[in-house]
Design a protein around this ligand. Structure first.
Ligand code: ZN
Length: 487
């Protein structure tokens, strides 16, 4: 009779983009194979406790030893593999988990851990295969929803990197970073004003989080060798980058993430604004380790500087997956080189990589309003390209209801009113010009593009002065003064 093992297997569950160790709350009872002595069961349980206390080195040694003594002891391999992940050695975990797979190819814990290992080593296709297998065989088990979220993210990642050469062996991953298109901040806009919202009202928030986030901007700025410079501002309406905290992971486009960045660019690839959201807790875990917050912050700030794509290689902060076991407390040499190359590349290189809007839309959870809004916005842009403005307006109004603070929606609305206003100019329908450009102004203000809004004020003022419309002259002169901040 196999003996019953009772232990708490807390596996390293590492989220994409983010990263987190999700503690498995319940005790799992699993069987030890024949021939495992009572003493060895006790040793195993001790090693599990060490693992739970983050003593990964001695735990991994014990699991290794037990697996050598009992080549059919499935759980020692899984735990040994998990410990190697937590020690930042995902490549070493692969053969160990393959050995576990040979013992029982259908074990859920094994499949999920192996999928995680593939994900952390950049083997996205194989990771998807494993997570899909988990969902198929264990649809009601604890990692099913996490597996689904990872399948969604990794599938997006695979689609993005189609046709892009792997950066393996190179000293940078600029091609991968530009796989969805190239964006960067223009030097004329610098220093980029950044606002960080207070997080004290969010569950799990600690004061050091804001310092960590500020440090993340400093780290990238250093890596860019002064090409990206910034300043912090205390009023969100003065900012181009707005950072906030959330204790509700359903507010993210993909709930498997620990944070998200939504950069917004014009068609020529210049960044115009964006938002970063970082989680202060993940699931039931309210005490997020500082190094996880640091990894997530660095990763999301990297996106906000214009690296839309991910590195395929472990060790880079812009890998699509990070682990608190891999000790990614800073940027790799490749990260540094890539941001420097992005900011020193000729404008032609940026223009040659137009942003693929449909790829920017998140393909994560269908229940996240922000995700739905991003998809609607992508559809709307497609309609705008075909001059289907009524349809595009409908889509954007719907997106606005779902995610009223998503600036890109207002920018796209302004784009439509700009087109409609220009058409009206051609038709000499000045009432319609004024109406549409006024709407463009309203939306540009919401998108924080005051300098663009001013240009529309100027056009309306020109028409008003030609028509001697003193009411409009007064109204738009005043508005222009407010927008240029000369009051
Ligand atoms: Zn990312």
């Amino acid at each position: 009779m196999p003996r019953k093992l009772s232990y708490l297997p807390i596996l390293a569950i590492i989220g994409l983009l983010l990263s987190n160790n999700v503690a498995i709350a319940q005790t799992e009872s699993r069987m030890a194979p024949k021939g495992v002595t009572q003493k060895e069961v006790a040793e195993f349980n001790t090693a599990v406790n060490q693992y739970n206390n983050k003593d990964f080195q001695p735990a991994s040694e014990k699991f290794k030893q037990l697996s050598e003594a009992h080549p059919d002891f499935l759980d020692t391999y899984i735990m040994y593999g998990a410990a190697l992940l937590r020690l930042g050695k995902p490549e070493d975990a692969i053969p160990v988990l393959h050995a576990a797979e040979n013992i029982d190819p259908n074990d859920g814990l094994m499949i999920f851990t192996l999928g995680t290992t593939y994900m952390l080593t950049g083997k996205n296709e194989r990771a998807v295969e494993k997570f899909q297998k988990y969902i198929r065989l264990h649809p009601k088990d604890q990692f099913a929803s996490e597996s689904q979220a990872r399948v969604n993210l990794l599938s997006t990642e695979i689609a993005r990197n189609k046709g892009i050469m792997s950066s393996k062996g190179q000293d940078n991953y600029l091609d991968e970073a530009m796989a969805m298109g190239a964006m960067r901040w223009k030097s004329s806009q610098m220093p980029i004003p950044i606002y960080i919202a207070p997080g004290q009202d969010k569950v799990g928030y600690r004061d050091e989080f804001t310092d960590i986030l500020k440090q993340a901007f400093a780290t990238w700025s250093d890596a860019s060798q002064g090409k990206f410079i910034y300043k912090f501002v205390s009023d969100p309406s003065d900012s181009l980058i707005e950072c906030s905290w959330s204790d509700d992971q359903t507010t993210l486009a993909n709930p498997a993430e620990g944070g998200q960045a939504m950069p917004m660019s014009s068609l020529d690839g210049s960044l115009m604004g964006g938002r970063i959201t970082l989680l202060t807790k993940k699931g039931a875990q309210t005490n997020l380790p500082s190094n996880i917050v640091r990894s997530i912050a660095l990763h999301e700030v990297g996106h906000m500087l214009g690296m839309l794509g991910h590195s395929s290689q472990p060790g880079d902060i812009m890998l699509g997956a990070t682990s608190d076991g891999t000790q990614l407390l800073g940027l790799s040499d490749r990260d540094k080189k890539t941001i420097y190359l992005l900011y020193t590349a000729p404008d032609e290189v940026i223009k040659a990589h137009p942003v693929k809007t449909t790829n920017v839309a998140f393909q994560g959870s269908q229940t996240s309003p922000e995700n739905k809004a991003a998809l609607l916005t992508a559809d709307a842009i497609h309609e705008i390209d075909q001059k289907h403005y009524t349809k595009a307006l409908e889509l954007l109004e719907e997106a606005k209801k779902l995610a009223p603070s998503m600036e890109v929606i207002y920018l796209d609305l302004a784009k439509i009113y700009n087109e409609l206003g220009n058409e009206a100019i051609k038709n000499h329908d000045y009432a319609s010009v004024k109406k549409n450009f006024d709407l463009a102004i309203t939306n540009l203000i919401k998108a924080k593009r005051k300098e663009l809004a001013v240009q529309y004020c100027d056009i309306i003022l020109r028409i008003a002065s030609r028509d001697s419309n003193s009411a409009d002259i007064t109204k738009y002169t005043k508005l222009k003064r407010e927008l240029t901040g000369s009051n």
